[in-house]
Design a binder for this molecule. Structure first.
Ligand code: LLH
Ligand code: MG
Length: 382
């Protein structure tokens, strides 16, 4: 089944998120932002879609790499098309990022599911049809009634557990919060959450990403005393040897890498170096569903779990087709944001969670994103 067209639509939508100077999301006033939809059209008219930032699917990348690689190719040749596109990264002079690879790969998986009349996770071979879910709390802030104090985290975590989440991950305070980073405050927030939810709920910490080895060690020992399940991205992930040192020093499992490039091959080096006890992947981080599955299988070969970074149907798919993955990361969550509110460009959210803390996979053909194309076509950026 040949691909006969590659299209990009960029549209306006309303967001209630704003990024701080470190790139972390926080609640903000409603504002209009641009978003793009990449569409692959098969010769029988069936379409596969994936959302992207406009920069990830800008004309230079689509015209120079995406369309030349995909045009008139068999949509089901996902492995070869991903390899061909990845091969262009070196020759693109750093322009063709893993993020763009990921968008194209997600659109291919969506197209193949729709062509086969199957939910795309079934194409990979499902392991389960619903995934246990943890609540991933947003980075701390200085907002009254937000996440400004340890007790704010405690109260919110208590609410999340009552909502059904089976585990909770904190992102604590980071710059530009004026008094951060601060290990003592990180541990006070973790202690407040442990106190609020009791001893049996699995808890994880994802903190300031540039602590020193000594600071990360002190944080890790504090988490061990609170019986936390893992410690995440507390040092610069560019120093793999620092993580190998930390993993050797701590009992609490060290998870990573999240933000590093290098796809599954760099993650193989982390496993070989003993730099993590739990591996981490994510469709955006490693360049798509195809390489994320390779990362998951790499971890399985070493008897390791691999946890998936990020929310959305494509990351849910990875969790649903993998035995060595405990949870789906739902978030980011904040007391002032209604995560279950449907964005204007969708007809329904990707990941509705039941009261038991499970997100079920969509049984519709494709990756399970219910796009409001009428809204998109009525709000195009001209
Ligand atoms: O660093 C960020 O932008 C956020 O913390 C984000 O990556 C968050 O989803 C995360 O780290 N999850 O593990
Ligand atoms: Mg993280």
């Amino acid at each position: 089944m040949k691909i006969v067209d590659v299209q990009v639509r960029t549209f306006w939508h309303t967001t209630h998120l704003e990024k701080d100077t470190d790139g972390h999301d926080h609640p903000g006033p409603a504002r209009q932002v641009r978003k793009s939809l990449l569409t692959l059209v098969a010769e029988n008219g069936v379409e596969g879609h994936a959302f992207a930032s406009p920069e990830q699917v800008r004309p230079h990348l689509v015209d120079s790499y995406v369309r030349p690689v995909l045009f008139k190719q068999d949509a089901f040749a996902r492995e070869r098309l991903w390899q061909d596109l990845a091969h262009w990264q070196r020759g693109s002079g750093g322009q063709l990022s893993d993020r763009t690879l990921g968008v194209v790969d997600v659109a291919l998986w969506d197209l193949c599911g729709k062509l086969a009349g199957l939910p795309s996770y079934k194409l990979a071979g499902s392991y389960r049809d619903k995934v246990p879910t943890y609540g991933s709390i947003m980075c701390g802030d200085e907002i009254e009634g937000g996440l400004a104090k340890p007790d704010d985290y405690g109260r919110f975590a208590e609410w999340l557990v009552k909502r059904g989440y089976q585990a909770i991950k904190l992102h604590t305070w980071m710059p530009p919060v004026s008094w951060s980073p601060n290990i003592e405050m990180d541990l006070k927030a973790c202690a407040a959450v442990r106190e609020a939810v009791g001893p049996s709920v699995p808890l994880m910490l994802d903190a300031y990403h540039w602590y020193s080895r000594e600071e990360a060690y002190a944080l890790g020992k504090g988490l061990e005393a609170l019986n936390f399940t893992w410690i995440e991205e507390v040092m610069d992930e560019q120093s793999m040897s620092s993580y190998a040192w930390l993993a050797a020093e701590l009992k609490i499992p060290v998870i990573g890498p999240e933000s590093m490039g290098g796809k599954y091959k760099h993650r193989a080096e982390w496993v070989k170096a003993g730099a993590c006890d739990i591996l981490r992947t994510g469709v955006e981080d490693v360049g798509g569903i195809t390489p994320a599955l390779k990362t998951m299988h790499l971890a399985e070969s070493f008897g390791m779990n691999c946890e998936v970074h990020g929310h959305g149907a494509e990351n849910l798919l990875i969790s649903a087709v993998s035995k060595n993955c405990r949870w789906y990361e739902r978030g980011l969550l904040h007391p002032m944001l209604d995560y279950d509110a449907c964005p204007d460009y969708l007809n329904a959210i990707d990941d509705p969670m039941d009261s038991e803390g499970y997100v079920s996979l969509s049984q519709q053909p494709g990756i399970g994103v219910d796009i409001n194309l009428d809204y998109i076509n009525s709000n195009l950026v001209v």
